[in-house]
Write a protein that binds this ligand. Structure first.
Ligand SMILES: Nc1ncnc2c1ncn2[C@@H]1O[C@H](COP(=O)(O)OP(=O)(O)OP(=O)(O)O)[C@@H](O)[C@H]1O
Ligand SMILES: [Mg+2]
Length: 303
């Protein structure tokens, strides 16, 4: 089942900013889905619409099987807003109790969840310290703990690793994978591309209020796979017919079938030509992202 399934979401802010221009996407149960896009693409706008923080100009679709905006369903969703601020005079533990109480969780359950989440997020020892003494990364971890207080089936995280150091980011990535393995769906926004690449099952790329690409990173980069064969000296005349592109001492063969390049390698060897490198190459998320940004320069381009 789809944890989130939305079609043609439009948002026009009153200041006449057309922030979302017909966004459709699907997040499946038990997957980590990454929404990426440059600043101002509309990522947080979409998240706020899903959480009913703001209203869409138009939206159709479902979240956990109920229409978007269904109040009761939101009780099963954990939310980490962008730039969240906790009351600075509360301790970490009090913050979790406060949010737990807002979710109508009983005192005993709150106590158990707060202490296990503080440990899980690496904040043990800090539970009784006021949040004004927390570092940016610690506040972010506390924010994730807060989003987990209601034991959600779906987590919506807006920039979960914002301000977190590399070790902390890795811990958060591992935690997200664990949460997915527990059967929860995770929908997260980020512009940390290499990080999304490591953790997401599927991604959507949003640019200027449009989703321009959506799918697994594998499927989105499939057409870009190629072998680069580098030799000593210039590529001989005969070899140009056996490959798709030639650049100086490099031959490019499109596709990812290793058998396809064996005859070429055999002949190079027979001709006593030194093979310096054979490299399978595919686009990474950053290349995809750059392609997506170019793509939307064509007006009305949606895929
Ligand atoms: N309350 C508002 N009123 C008017 N325009 C807004 C409002 N909030 C956001 N916008 C505009 O809507 C567009 C999308 O903003 P949004 O915050 O959703 O982008 P984002 O993808 O989350 O960016 P970032 O990566 O910087 O967080 C931007 O042009 C922004 O200026
Ligand atoms: Mg944002």
């Amino acid at each position: 089942m789809a944890a989130i399934q939305i079609q043609d979401v439009e948002k026009m802010y009153r200041g006449k900013v057309h922030a979302l221009r017909g966004v459709s996407l699907e997040v499946m149960d038990g997957e980590i889905f990454g929404l990426l896009g440059p600043n101002g693409a509309g990522k947080s706008t979409l998240v706020k619409i899903l959480m009913t923080v703001i209203h869409a100009s138009s939206v159709t679709g479902t979240m956990l099987g109920s229409p978007i905006g269904h109040r009761k369903t939101l009780e099963s969703v954990g939310y980490l807003p962008e730039h969240h601020r906790f009351p600075y005079y509360l301790t970490g533990k009090q913050v979790l109790h406060h949010y737990g109480a807002l979710c109508k969780i009983t005192r005993n359950e709150r106590k158990a969840s707060a202490s296990s989440l503080l440990t899980r997020l690496g904040l043990s020892g800090w539970e009784n310290k006021k949040v004004h003494s927390y570092s940016k990364g610690m506040l972010q971890r506390l924010g994730i703990a807060q989003a987990l207080m209601n034991n959600p089936k779906l987590l919506i995280l807006d920039e979960p690793t914002d301000g977190v150091d590399p070790v902390g980011r890795r811990e958060i990535r591992d935690l997200l994978a664990e949460l997915r393995d527990e059967g929860r769906a995770v929908f997260l926004n980020s512009h940390l591309l290499s990080e999304l690449e490591m953790v997401c099952d599927r991604v959507a790329i949003m640019v200027k209020g449009l989703v321009t690409m959506q799918g697994t990173i594998d499927s989105l980069t499939k057409d870009s796979r190629r072998y680069e064969i580098q030799i000593q000296g210039n590529v001989p005349e005969w070899a140009t017919d056996s490959c798709d592109e030639v650049h100086g001492d490099k031959m490019i063969v499109h596709g990812d079938d290793p058998d396809a390049i064996q005859p070429l390698l055999d002949r190079l060897r027979n001709e006593q030509i030194t093979i310096r490198a054979v490299k399978p190459v595919r686009e990474n998320l950053e290349d995809l992202f750059m392609r997506a940004v170019d793509y939307t320069d064509t007006p009305g381009a949606v895929q």
